[in-house]
Design a protein around this ligand. Structure first.
Ligand code: AMP
Ligand code: MG
Length: 317
């Protein structure tokens, strides 16, 4: 990777921007409140919080190109977590409903800076439910979002009025759009167009099988599509949540890995568990904390949505 001086964010200027006006203290008030509402809601729904996994031989293969981030340890390779998908599936064997405030590292290419919603280090509230269908997870996430926005607009009215006076509490049930229908109507930029035109969050469901990873469950009644979903924020803020039902059967996982060209060697532990019949049906999803903060505060770029933001193509503390 090339090293350019212009990539380095000046630390003194950055820290001065933190202290020179009240934006960042307001940000922390809102973000802290988001995290508190989220935890309280999840616990009230019977979820237990698991500690995040930072490194593992297994992480999410992802569906797009990023730089590799792995560490050699005694001749074995540890990947820095891109998502805790396998660990979430395993945790639901211990207790039915789990969530984690999970830091993820994804070394995105610098062109991702322009879309204003990618960081290379971010936190997602990653959750998984044993024996659930996707509808159950979608219902939980709709109620979660409504709860967070309701509580914040009541508790921090002045801050919300200052930064995002148009913020509306969404109403159940959120609209659902099949991806195939969206593609037919709007072409490949469907997500961008739909998000820009929307006034409330909405779901994209039934994502085409090649667009996602091997662990997203194939719809047995409609095999070109997955039993999954994305939640999309309105006003052009884009994707908020991705999730769905999961594959757990060995033969099916093998089939899906072959389809995507995943290395069976890298995912050996995943395959061993499914072969033993240890993986069970689950559904779950992840919601990015910085993207939610950006949406609630109406921020132009996600790099204003946390302290110590790491933007694609930049180096920062
Ligand atoms: P994924 O399963 O890859 O869609 O990730 C789950 C959620 O994490 C997404 O819906 C986003 O809210 C958030 N997320 C994913 N990648 C990033 C990123 N590079 N920067 C910030 N948030 C992200
Ligand atoms: Mg996604």
């Amino acid at each position: 990777m090339e090293r350019l001086e212009k990539r380095k964010v000046d630390t003194v200027s950055l820290v001065k921007s933190y202290v020179e006006n009240d934006y960042y203290s307001n940000l922390l008030i809102i973000q802290s409140s988001i995290l508190q509402s989220m935890r309280e809601f999840m616990i009230s729904e019977g979820f237990l919080e698991i500690l995040p996994v930072i490194i593992s031989p297994i992480t999410d293969p992802l569906n797009h190109d990023i730089f590799d981030a792995s560490i050699d340890y005694y001749g074995y390779s540890y990947s820095i977590t891109k998502s805790m998908i396998l660990q979430k599936q395993v945790s639901t064997l211990v207790t039915d409903r789990i969530f984690s405030m999970s830091p993820n590292l994804r070394l995105e290419l610098e062109n991702r800076y322009e879309d204003k919603r990618h960081l290379i280090e971010f936190v997602q509230m990653d959750m998984e439910v044993a024996n659930a269908k996707r509808e159950e997870v979608m219902d939980i996430m709709e109620r979660l979002l409504i709860r967070i926005i309701s509580e914040i607009t009541v508790k921090h009215t002045k801050i919300i009025e200052k930064y995002n006076s148009g913020l509306v509490i969404p109403k159940k049930n959120f609209k659902r759009i099949r991806v195939q229908d969206a593609i037919e109507k709007y072409g490949d930029s469907y997500e961008k167009i739909l998000s820009a035109n929307a006034k409330e969050p909405f779901w994209l469901i039934d994502i085409p099988i090649m667009d996602r990873e091997f662990y997203d469950k194939q719809n047995p009644n409609d095999p070109d599509f997955l039993l999954d979903f994305d939640l999309i924020y309105p006003f052009g803020y884009g994707e908020a949540i991705s999730g769905g039902e999961r594959e757990h059967e060995y033969d099916q996982i093998i089939k899906r890995m072959d389809l995507k060209g995943n290395s069976k060697n890298i995912f050996k532990d995943y395959l061993d568990l499914s072969k033993e019949g240890l993986l069970k049906p689950t559904a779950g999803c992840g919601i990015g904390i910085e993207r939610l903060t950006r949406y609630i505060l109406g921020l132009e770029h996600i790099e204003k949505a946390r302290l110590f933001a790491k933007s694609p193509g930049k180096i920062s503390i």
